[in-house]
Write a new protein. Structure first.
Length: 331
């Protein structure tokens, strides 16, 4: 899934389930920031230096990236017996991501119990992605190969590019049995939205018997009159109709640290954020250049950015526990 679900549709669901406007923004921002948080910063504070935890990057060649980023945040292992995962070759994979899986639900429930909005937002991202990323794993392996002739490495859904993450896309997964192979993302996304709404209502101790009405209203807001519109148009109409503020990926970082290396909203489209990340990976991670600390702003330890990073570390810890003790999976 992309920003349309992780921030805008989620904000709608949060408000509908009883969250305040401020709380909705924090939870939904944390959800989308999982995808936007690509840089690793060493923060110079009055005390010990603080290293941030990226929750997305493109280092598919590294063992650390699948183990610490792709699997725990984006491709959480699911149910090997899920009917939706039935393949032509009959194979099964304990690392395969499946929708609404027991492990993903355990991870979300653990976050909800903390009542930490950053933990909740991060876990909602991972939980929702189990629908979009189903039948792919977060490691580089033949399981993810959709086209054997592709030069793109088989990690996650890389070989089908953005197809699984776009709300209106329909596509074919040739690995699956015929009855599973025709994918309609809108059906997957709204199935995820309904489950998310029920969890959020339960969190706020509210009934969710209006779930179908809420989802119908959301669908009407996104697809008014059934006419085809771009994602940008759908988001703009949702923002205007539901009083949802625009997501600014630099907002939390800029308020917490002083650095020139903050990806802006246009960077993802132009590829600049990948270039910035690649420079960081190739120079600093390879020890060719010592990483230069960035100064913390005065309220760093009460900032959204710091709290998000602490929540991400908690999410990673819970994910590791569930993978090891519940799913018996080693990444």
């Amino acid at each position: 899934m992309n920003i349309e679900f992780h921030y805008y549709m989620l904000t709608y669901l949060l408000k509908a389930s009883g969250f305040s406007g401020h709380a909705s923004h924090v939870v939904a921002y944390a959800s989308q920031f999982v995808d936007s948080n690509v840089m690793n910063y060493l923060v110079d504070t009055p005390g010990p230096s603080y290293e941030t935890l990226p929750t997305q990057n493109w280092g598919f060649w590294s063992r650390e990236t699948p183990r610490r980023i792709y699997v725990p945040f984006h491709f959480f292992p699911g149910d090997v017996d899920s009917p939706s995962a039935e393949r032509i070759d009959g194979k099964r994979n304990p690392l395969n991501c499946t929708p609404d899986s027991p492990g993903a639900k355990e991870l979300l429930i653990a976050a909800l119990r903390t009542r930490n909005p950053y933990r909740v937002g991060i876990a909602l991202h991972t939980y929702a992605d189990t629908w979009a990323h189903q039948n792919f794993s977060g490691v580089r392996e033949p399981w993810n190969s959709v086209d054997d002739s592709s030069v793109i490495p088989p990690i996650g859904h890389a070989q089908v590019l953005k197809a699984p993450d776009l709300l209106t896309t329909q596509w074919i997964d040739p690995r699956l049995v015929p009855e599973n192979s025709s994918i309609v993302n809108r059906e997957r996304f709204f199935a995820a939205a309904k489950k998310v709404y029920k969890y959020l209502c339960t969190y706020n101790r509210r009934p969710f018997d209006d779930a179908d009405l809420v989802l119908d209203a959301l669908s009407a807001a996104l697809f008014e009159g059934g006419r085809a519109r771009s994602m940008e148009e759908r988001i703009l109409d949702l923002c205007i109709g539901e009083d949802i503020g625009k997501f600014d990926r630099a907002e939390w970082i800029a308020a917490a640290i002083s650095t020139d290396e903050i990806p802006d909203d246009n960077d993802a489209e132009r590829g600049y954020d990948k270039l910035m990340w690649l420079k960081d990976e190739m120079l600093y991670r390879s020890k060719l250049v010592r990483k230069k600390p960035v100064p913390a702003k005065p309220d760093f330890f009460s900032s959204h950015f710091y709290r998000f990073n602490e929540a991400a570390k908690g999410h990673l810890e819970d994910a590791g526990r569930i993978l090891e003790h519940t799913l018996h999976v080693t990444v």
